[in-house]
Design a protein around this ligand. Structure first.
Ligand code: FMN
Length: 435
């Protein structure tokens, strides 16, 4: 089932530009998803793309004619088509971007409708490149790719590893349509009314935890919780799309697999496994966001799991009643070990009245020693575990701010903004105590 983590594509004007890569066969799925999300979509294809994907399919799915190079030269037009499209679009998605179109773009060539639109548009451009691995590794392609990333508003989506249509196993696949849609949503999920270039995490490293941890009771049974991992994964992707290098340590997730693209992922099961990876990864990151819901209890290592397995049902309650210990507080451990300047954002999933949540949140913030704490209620309909929306209060040292319930993608951006603000304030002066 699709989780609605952002409604920010509704009514947005998106231009999907398709160039000549075999990955163009996936573009209709992207167009369909964008239209379902409420966006107004126009498509254009290069001459090569038109041989690989049907312009009629794109026109049908976008509910609008699909433009081709010849349309530029239609004498009934009073304004050049490339200028009209470039000015109309709030976001251009080049999916896929071929080596040839990349080369034209990087060199400022206006050869063809797509090339002219890319030069004329002043809005952000999501560029989902796709090609054979050797082509991708070629120094000329790499150079061109570096050049386009210096253009303002470009969100690069690098080729993904896998089996390519040419039978080669390696980097080259276009980003999954699910991920491209998420990148588009992400651009409109900042507080700003208009999409802005979002590379303000460039050069920073973020470590995120997500999902539940799982503690076995015996070979069949387990202790875990309802966390789907959505909040942590979206936080990781939002930071990655803003230019950060992101590592994600996660328990079993219930999110679309493409949302893990381009993250350094460390899958774990138990809290002990998560702790080991965190210890290995903590050094050298600028910030840590501990969004994982770590299970509270685990079996004492010396207990005999087979005794539980073999117990008759009637004896089960007795067998389960002892041999348990509290899982160590991973967040507290991270805060105790952290190097100077490393920021830590904690999450507190709580139940109860507002005042009680704030009191318990503040107590956790201080006891655990983190810089920021998102207190989010999990006992209110439509928000929290397994939902696309979340909200609550963001607490810092001596201040708190209410974050109204919103899509988790928007919330992820708010949390990244807050981390950057604390970083900047801690450089200039101590955090002001405002309430
Ligand atoms: C079947 C087929 C698949 C292709 N796949 C790719 C590809 O994945 N990436 C790429 O850069 N070029 C690919 N090409 C080559 C481009 O289509 C070719 O370079 C063309 O000039 C691209 O022009 P355009 O960017 O104007 O569409 C492919 C060509 C063919 C015939």
């Amino acid at each position: 089932m699709r989780t609605e983590v952002s409604n920010r594509l509704r009514g947005r004007r998106l231009l999907v530009a398709v160039s000549g890569s075999i990955a163009a066969v996936k573009t209709p799925l992207l167009v369909s998803a964008l239209v379902k999300a409420g966006a107004e979509v126009r498509c254009l294809v290069t001459a090569s793309a038109a041989k690989l994907v049907s312009p009629l399919a794109l026109a049908t799915l976008s509910r609008h004619r699909c433009y081709q190079d010849d349309d530029e030269w239609d004498s009934s037009r009073s304004r050049p088509l490339h200028i009209e499209l470039a000015e109309w679009a709030e976001l251009v998605l080049v999916a896929p971007l071929s080596a040839t179109s990349l080369s034209r773009w990087s060199q400022g060539s206006g050869d063809g409708l797509l090339a002219c639109v890319l030069l004329a548009c002043e809005c952000p451009v999501v560029a989902a490149i796709a090609m054979n691995t050797a082509m991708w590794n070629h120094s000329a392609v790499q150079r061109n790719w570096q050049v386009v990333q210096t253009f303002p508003g470009v969100i690069p989506l690098v080729p993904q590893p896998g089996l390519l249509a040419c039978d080669r196993l390696g980097d080259g696949r276009m980003s999954d349509p699910f991920m491209i849609e998420l990148a588009a949503s992400s651009l409109f999920s900042r507080g700003d009314a208009e999409p802005v270039s979002m590379r303000d995490w460039s050069g920073r490293r973020l470590l995120v935890t997500a999902g539940p941890t799982v503690e076995p009771i015996d070979q069949a049974r387990l202790i875990s919780n309802q966390s789907s991992g959505t909040m942590g994964v979206l936080l990781a992707q939002a930071a990655r799309l803003r230019g950060a290098e992101v590592s994600l340590v996660h328990g079993p997730l219930q999110v679309p697999e493409p949302w893990l693209e381009s993250l350094s992922c460390y899958p774990v099961q138990s809290a002990a496994e998560m702790e080991v990876v965190l210890e290995q990864q903590q050094a050298g990151v600028d910030a840590i966001a501990m969004a994982a819901a770590v299970a509270d209890l685990r079996r004492v290592a010396s207990t005999d799991a087979s005794a539980i397995s073999k117990a008759a049902k009637a004896d089960l309650a007795v067998r389960l009643s002892d041999g348990w210990e509290l899982v160590p507080d991973l967040l507290q451990g991270l805060a105790a070990r952290r190097p100077a300047e490393q920021l830590i954002l904690g999450f507190a999933a709580l139940t109860g009245e507002d005042a009680e949540l704030l009191r318990r949140g503040e107590e956790k913030l201080l006891r655990k020693g983190c810089d920021l704490m998102l207190v989010n209620p999990i006992d209110r309909p439509g928000q929290g575990f397994g939902q696309g929306r979340n909200g609550g209060w963001l607490l810092g040292k001596g201040w708190s701010k209410e974050l109204p319930v919103t899509g988790k993608l928007q919330l992820a951006h708010q949390l990244l903004d807050a981390l950057l603000a604390v970083k900047q304030r801690s450089r200039s002066s101590p955090v002001p105590a405002s309430r």
